[in-house]
Structures are given as structure tokens and as C-alpha cells.
Design a protein around this ligand. Structure first.
Ligand SMILES: [Zn+2]
Length: 113
């Protein structure tokens, strides 16, 4: 396990991206934070806790009221995951009629995320 926290983004483990997808179990897993725990540069300190600025903003949106009210916020210490996803590959024709394939991670039996 890397010397990193898990990303504290409240929905990091629900975003269907290929790098979060674990094919063998069909799950989306939360990312590790961007930087290592001992990262001490002045630059981007928050990277010890989040994988991306999108997750930082989501965390603020989710928890700002708790901060205002003095309520504790759970620190995420285990890798969260969401089940029921699969990788789907589709083949289409491009503008010139040449076939190309694209793939995305989607919910099984569900519609696009
Ligand atoms: Zn994240």
C-alpha cells in the first residue's frame, strides 16, 4: 500500500472512470490522494487528502455546514467502493466511415452515468 491517504472526496468512489475500475470484481474504487502523506511542500498541501480539485470542491460542498456547526467529519481510512459496474466497448464508424472502438465504465443493467 502506498504511503498515501485515500481521497477524501465524498463521491470519489462513485465516479466511473477507467482508472478507478477494478475489472475482476466489477467495482469502482476511490482513488488514493494525489500526494504522499509526508509531502510537505508549500505547493498543493491539499494533495495529501484529495486526488483532484473536483474532489476538494465536493468535500467542501458536502461538509461546510458540518464545519459551521462544529460537527465532526469522518476521515476516510479505508478504500471505499461501489459495485455493479462493467466495461463496455462499442464499435462505431467515424466521419470517414472507418470503424473505431471506444469503451466506458457503466453500471450493469443501468443507463449511462
Ligand atoms: Zn477523489
Amino acid at each position: 500500500m502506498p504511503n498515501k491517504h485515500f481521497c477524501q472526496g465524498p463521491t470519489c468512489h462513485e465516479k466511473p472512470t477507467t482508472d478507478r475500475f477494478l475489472k475482476s470484481r466489477g467495482v469502482i474504487r476511490g482513488r488514493y490522494a494525489y500526494a504522499t502523506m509526508d509531502h510537505d511542500s508549500e505547493y498543493y498541501k491539499r494533495g495529501r487528502y484529495f486526488c483532484s480539485t473536483a474532489c476538494e470542491y465536493a468535500w467542501l460542498d458536502e461538509h461546510m455546514e458540518n464545519i459551521e456547526q462544529g460537527r465532526p467529519i469522518e476521515f476516510i481510512r479505508h478504500r471505499r467502493e461501489s459495485g455493479g459496474y462493467e466495461k463496455r466497448t462499442t464499435t462505431s464508424d467515424d466521419y470517414f466511415g472507418r470503424p473505431y472502438t471506444s469503451s466506458s465504465i457503466q453500471r450493469i443493467n443501468g443507463t449511462d452515468n
